[in-house]
Design a protein around this ligand. Structure first.
Ligand code: ZN
Ligand code: ZN
Length: 661
């Protein structure tokens, strides 16, 4: 689903701006050519290493193509027929209209330098469903394979998974899935996609552990090859080498990827933040980011989630201190903490508080139980013996000796917290005096549900605490700038965010010295071809997402959704009538049945009139000797819907049914 951008005037203005900046760069380029008398080429194409001491990008300087003219290898030695980048007037295709940042180097000749294709198959139009294919020659690797949760207009849809038609068409070339971390928006679609594209999965240890839980549920454990990769290690997948680099995030074992390709090094941050004092393990490996930056990074794909927030994201440890304070202030209450099941470090800090204040812990919610079990087995969480008790045992302990950790901090109706709050939980009810901590912030779209639960909890006499009880797992502006400063990429390709987030990151990248026309705000499905000195959009592949509804994958499309929308807003009218097989005369009906349209008892007049409208219509058909049922049905539909629209301004779905005797 693509966002619609700006008005026509805005688009024209932006187009003008872009063209103007191209003209400027062209002038600059010609200027330098005149001065040096020849054109030179640099960068890390053709297997040459980038010059470390000669930064490709000069921070703060809004100059385009600096690295192209400021190198040593003479232009003459290049293959015949190769021209330098010629920033001609760029024709903006309709799909790119109104974008601030577009590809400048369309005209660079094909096959003149090694180039890699980057194809985002999701994750760019909204938060979720992250999946990006990287293609070089005969090899394709796929980074992440996540789900998105349905939007309000996707009625009845449970999940949205990526459309991998392009991968299926090239299945012989797909070498594997490389996964950055164990969140649903990065791994959730694996069980669905692996059924069609069975290639190995590579990830760090906890991430593989979480993926294995999923594979088990889908019966795919035996048929899926998987490999645990350590931080600092590299795997080779065809022409690609992929190194896993330690980062911090709201789940342990998150990794950034350095993807080494013959066209240059591509850095993918995954979801990250900079936490100098993480709860478990070490801070993000900034040194490695810097080393790779010195070697020369072709492109940086960086997390945009928090790019609208200035400053730094706080350390996870600050939440631990806050929780400790709350435990100390509520010595007599039973404490219930709701948080994200996947945030192992958060759970660790809650358990640490419980141990310190001599409370037993009850874990509620299936995903929470699973995560704690997996994290415990793999050594990512430290729980002293006897701390966790079964919920059956709760009555053996007084309230002030208990802590409940539950899922449902996003207000999900079926999750434990919601069931506890509304009295639908079999074993646990809230009571006055309980202290409920929401250790999370609502993801946009969930605010109403969370508020509903908070109201319910307050009405039942509990204390609800939600301030400063959460820190984000994503980098704010200063952290993003730090990554740009360390990696100094030639191209910035903001990922993981809505359009507005990615545009903001492109602006940040530009502030950090990446020329404007090298900050590419892509759309899902666009095939970006990238070389040391060129970038162009080289076609589109389908990337709309596939709806999962119950057990059905992909059988709910736009038409079904439109029907559901119509039904939910306007209801349904069924017109049933019976025809005689030989004479085609109406022998019974028409009968009119409605659901979700009007309350029939109060609208008897309307229903009677509707019946007359249908009878008139049938009579007209008879008169004109119409015997085609499709035609008769269409006529009934038309006359009835215009009658209803005239009278009560509604457009219910109308289903004429003809039976034959
Ligand atoms: Zn994440
Ligand atoms: Zn994510």
């Amino acid at each position: 689903m693509r966002a619609k951008f700006g008005g026509n005037n805005l688009a024209k203005k932006k187009l003008r701006d872009v063209q103007q900046s191209f003209d400027e760069s062209l002038a600059e380029l010609m200027d330098s050519v005149n001065k040096t008398g020849k054109m030179t080429e640099a960068g890390n194409g053709k297997g040459k290493k980038a010059k470390a001491e000669e930064p490709a990008i000069i921070p703060g300087k809004r100059e385009v193509l600096t690295d192209v003219v400021a190198a040593e290898e003479p232009f003459e030695t290049m293959e015949d027929g190769i021209r330098p980048i010629r920033p001609e007037k760029y024709e903006v295709p309709a799909s790119l209209m109104g974008r601030t940042f577009i590809n400048a180097f369309k005209d660079f000749p094909r096959n003149s330098e090694p180039s890699v294709k980057i194809i985002p198959l999701g994750g760019l139009d909204r938060i979720g469903m992250n999946i990006t294919a990287f293609e070089y020659g005969e090899d394709i690797i796929v980074v992440d394979c996540g789900v998105a949760f349905p939007e309000d207009d996707m009625l009845g849809v449970d999940l949205v998974i990526p459309d991998v038609t392009y991968l299926k068409q090239n299945i012989d070339r797909v070498r594997g899935f490389v996964i950055t971390h164990g969140h649903e928006d990065h791994i959730g679609a694996l069980p669905y996609i692996l059924k069609e594209i069975n290639v190995p999965v590579y990830a760090t240890r906890l991430t593989i552990g979480i993926i294995e839980n999923k594979l088990k549920e889908h019966g795919l454990l035996q048929t899926t090859k998987r490999k645990v990769v350590k931080y600092g290690s590299t795997i080779t997948l065809g022409a690609f080498r992929v190194e896993f680099i330690r980062t911090n995030h709201s789940i342990s074992d998150a990794a950034a990827l350095a993807i080494f390709t013959p066209a240059g090094i591509i850095m993918h941050t995954g979801d990250f933040k900079v936490d100098y004092t993480p709860v478990l393990g070490e801070p993000i490996d900034l040194q490695r980011f810097g080393e790779l930056g010195r070697r020369g990074v072709l492109a940086l794909l960086c997390d945009s989630t928090n790019v609208l927030r200035p400053g730094f994201t706080m350390s996870e440890r600050t939440v631990g201190k806050r929780l400790d304070g709350i435990f100390e202030e509520h010595p007599d209450s039973r404490i219930i903490v709701a948080t994200f099941a996947s945030n192992v470090d958060r759970v660790q800090q809650i358990i640490d508080c419980a141990v310190k204040y001599k409370r037993k812990v009850v874990v509620e919610g299936r995903s929470m139980v699973n995560t704690i079990a997996t994290a415990g087995e793999l050594g990512y969480i430290n729980i002293p013996e006897g701390t966790i008790i079964d919920n059956e045992m709760m009555k053996e302990y007084p309230d002030n000796k208990l802590v409940l950790i539950t899922t449902g901090s996003q207000g999900e109706a079926m999750a434990a917290l919601s069931r506890i709050a509304f009295g639908n939980h079999k074993k646990i009810q809230v009571k006055p005096g309980d202290c409920v901590i929401l250790s999370s912030t609502p993801i946009p779209g969930n605010e109403k549900n969370v508020a509903r639960i908070m109201n319910e909890l307050s009405m039942k006499g509990t204390t609800v605490i939600y301030e400063n009880t959460h820190v984000s797992g994503h980098a704010c502006q200063e952290e993003i700038k730090l990554i740009y400063a360390l990696t100094r990429p030639k191209f910035a390709l903001p990922v993981h965010g809505e359009y507005r987030h990615r545009v903001r990151q492109a602006e940040l990248a530009n502030e950090m010295g990446v020329p404007k026309d090298r900050c590419l705000v892509l759309a899902s499905g666009e095939v970006l071809e990238l070389g040391a000195n060129h970038a162009r959009i080289d076609g589109m592949v389908s990337a709309q997402g596939v709806f999962v509804d119950g057990l059905g994958v992909g059988d709910v499309g736009n038409i079904v959704l439109r029907d559901r929308q119509c039904l939910s807003e306007n209801g349904l009218i069924i017109v049933v009538m019976t025809f005689d097989r030989y004479s085609n005369q109406v022998v019974a009906g028409p009968d009119i049945v409605s659901r979700g349209f009007v309350y029939v008892r109060e609208a008897e007049g309307l229903m009677e009139q509707s019946k007359i409208v249908v009878e008139d219509c049938l009579a007209r058909c008879q008169k004109r000797n119409v015997t085609d049922w499709t035609k008769i049905k269409a006529d009934i539909k038309d006359s009835l819907s215009s009658y209803i629209w005239k009278n009560i301004k509604r457009t219910p779905m109308i289903l004429p049914i003809i039976m034959e005797v």
